[in-house]
Ligand binder design. Structure first.
Ligand SMILES: [Mn+2]
Length: 590
């Protein structure tokens, strides 16, 4: 394990927040924390192109009670986009039985082939997709069907002349490009408020936050951040299904009196829903939408809400099982040479992996092999799939660096998580470039951390204070990473836990150090079974700090990314050295 302070980090635990935010290039801490609504004045719904035309078009069809088809896009952003529009219209107009929500049978979006538009449709609404479906749009236009698109995806060839398209990417006056479908729909609701003399848009802020988080929008944009923070406040928590989900996933029990935490949505709620969106049937996807548009009574009737949640969890479990099977098969295809020498793994998993699983599997293998991983399937000589970076590999702008090779035909997404297409003959060239570029990097955890601190330098109140800032972390503002060194280590204090016996917890002075999903030959597991009491050890760890609330007790805990256990030999006892952390502003090599 190697670790290094993030460049120029003050490593000052007494100025924790300042240190962490500066490490993320955020210097105006007050504005950042206040998430002030004044900062929103730079954008209003009127800055979105075609928004007034869109409102007019929708109201025309509502007044006519046209047969309206609402295409619910199959991801959490898409569902919340459609749900807030549907709920708004239901609350404003009561009878909206002429609006029919529909879902895709396959993995498509917008007007792709796997959507079945009902024959008698007169008007189609597509939230969170559709901007680039030029051919299909023209086809429906020819049939006399009008189309309203409210989207945030980058447009390739300008607005279709045959639909009313509202899109923040294409709107020059709308500066926030890190705003997802649900955000653009929220602005549309504000425009509806304006036209209808209502003030209802803010009733749906909770789902706006959920969609923005699930679509991994950058929270360093003040507008995006504002809507996430507002939507997660308890006073805005109104959607009955969201409330039920929070209870069922047991997220944030300890905070629920005030607010929900971004990471609990990102890692708790969104993945369960997205598993159904990725490979559920059209009816299963629609059931999730129906929950988000149901009343409390409708959710309770025949336990509808609970049943849909259970279905989502089943889909997630099945996805995890499939992922485990394909991971095992992929690992078997790798040669010893690849595992030992390649600084990036580019894996052709044709016939091994289902396309819906390339992202989650790449993430797992990146963590397993401690380097960036690309997994795809080949079609017509092109390898296409997902890219995931590893937090311990010293390459922060993975997507950009891959782009710079000029060898990819498609790269889209975030720096650390993206989609790609690569002509198969270029595969080895990318690997060669990477191996040369990172030839001096040993494959092991290389962690850029916010702090390097002696165990003795962290007090209980430090752990507590760090935990109180949990609500600030999200996309673009990642949770701080700590290297805590010289922890006195006594193997008899290791507990092995979990149904698979693959979780280890080390306890010392009331603090817990936990690591999940350990391989069978992991040192912590080995040392839990067999140790020599005459030997002395210290542990150095890299991990994230929080407080653990269990059985009425609150204790500091460190979730480990990685660790080293070092035997103390001769007269060198690191436990006795007080402050050597100042010397750690280089790659430490232990
Ligand atoms: Mn989206």
């Amino acid at each position: 394990m190697k670790y290094q302070l993030i460049e120029n980090s003050k490593n000052d635990i007494n100025n924790f927040l300042e240190t962490v935010l500066e490490n993320r290039n955020i210097t105006d801490i007050d504005s950042f924390r206040k998430s002030n609504s004044e900062l929103l004045e730079k954008n209003s719904f009127e800055d979105l192109d075609n928004i007034n035309e869109g409102v007019e078009l929708l109201l025309k069809h509502i007044n006519k009670k046209s047969k309206i088809t609402l295409i619910v896009d199959p991801d959490v952003d898409g569902i919340t986009s459609s749900a807030i529009l549907y709920n708004y219209l239901k609350d404003a107009f009561k009878d909206i039985s002429f609006i029919t929500p529909i879902s895709h049978s396959g993995k498509g979006h917008g007007l792709s082939k796997d959507i079945e538009i009902p024959e008698d449709t007169e008007f189609i609404i597509i939230p969170d997709a559709g901007s680039n479906d030029y051919g299909e749009i023209a086809k429906y236009h020819e049939k006399g069907i009008e189309i309203l698109i409210i989207d945030h995806h980058i447009i390739s060839n300008g607005y279709s002349p045959f639909a009313t398209v509202i899109n923040n990417q294409e709107s020059k006056n709308y500066s926030n490009k890190d705003f997802s479908g649900v955000g653009v729909v929220y602005r549309f609701l504000q425009a509806l408020d304006d036209a209808l003399f209502l003030t209802n848009a803010d009733n749906y802020l909770d789902l706006v936050a959920i969609g923005l988080i699930a679509d991994i929008m950058d929270t360093t944009d003040y507008e995006t951040r504002y809507f996430i923070q507002q939507g997660l406040l308890k006073k805005h928590l109104k959607n009955p299904f969201l409330k039920q989900l929070l209870k069922l996933t047991k997220q944030s029990d300890k905070y629920l009196d005030k607010y929900i935490i971004i990471s609990d949505v990102a890692f708790g709620i969104a993945p369960a829903l997205n598993a159904t969106m990725r490979f559920g049937t059209a009816d299963e996807k629609l059931a999730v939408f129906k929950c988000f548009t149901a009343t409390q009574e409708e959710l309770e009737q025949d336990k509808f809400g609970k049943k849909v949640y259970d279905m989502c969890i089943n889909n997630k479990t099945k996805q995890n099982e499939d992922k485990a099977i394909s991971s095992t098969k992929i690992i078997q295809t790798l040669t010893k040479d690849q595992i030992e020498n390649d600084k990036i793994l580019i894996i052709d998993a044709t016939d091994i992996i289902d396309k819906t699983l390339t992202g989650v599997t790449a993430m797992e293998l990146a963590a397993h092999f401690k380097r960036p991983v690309l997994i795809g399937t080949v079609n017509k000589g092109i390898l296409s799939g997902s890219i995931r970076n590893y937090s311990g590999f010293p390459c922060e702008r993975l997507k950009t660096e891959l782009e710079e090779t000029g060898l990819f035909t498609f790269l889209e997404g975030h720096e650390g998580a993206a989609g790609f297409s690569l002509p198969i003959e270029n595969k080895q060239k990318v690997i060669d470039i990477w191996n040369e570029k990172y030839k001096d990097i040993k494959i092991e955890g290389n962690y850029a951390v916010d702090f390097i601190l002696n165990f003795s330098a962290l007090s209980n109140s430090d752990y507590y204070l760090i935990d109180t800032y949990r609500y600030l972390w999200g996309t673009g503002v990642p949770e701080p990473l700590f290297a805590i060194i010289n922890i006195p280590f006594y193997p008899e204090n290791i507990k092995v836990m979990g149904t698979n016996k693959d979780t280890a917890k080390y306890e010392y002075q009331g603090k817990s150090f936990i690591k999940f999903h350990l391989p069978k030959d992991d040192k912590l597991l080995e040392m839990a079974n067999e140790y020599d009491l005459t030997k002395s050890y210290v542990m150095n760890v890299v991990g994230k700090i929080s407080m653990n609330h269990f059985a009425g007790r609150t204790t500091p805990q460190v979730m480990l990314e990685d660790y080293d256990i070092i035997e103390i030999t001769g007269d060198v006892d690191p436990r006795k050295k007080e402050d050597e952390t100042k010397d750690f502003n280089i790659w430490s090599d232990i």
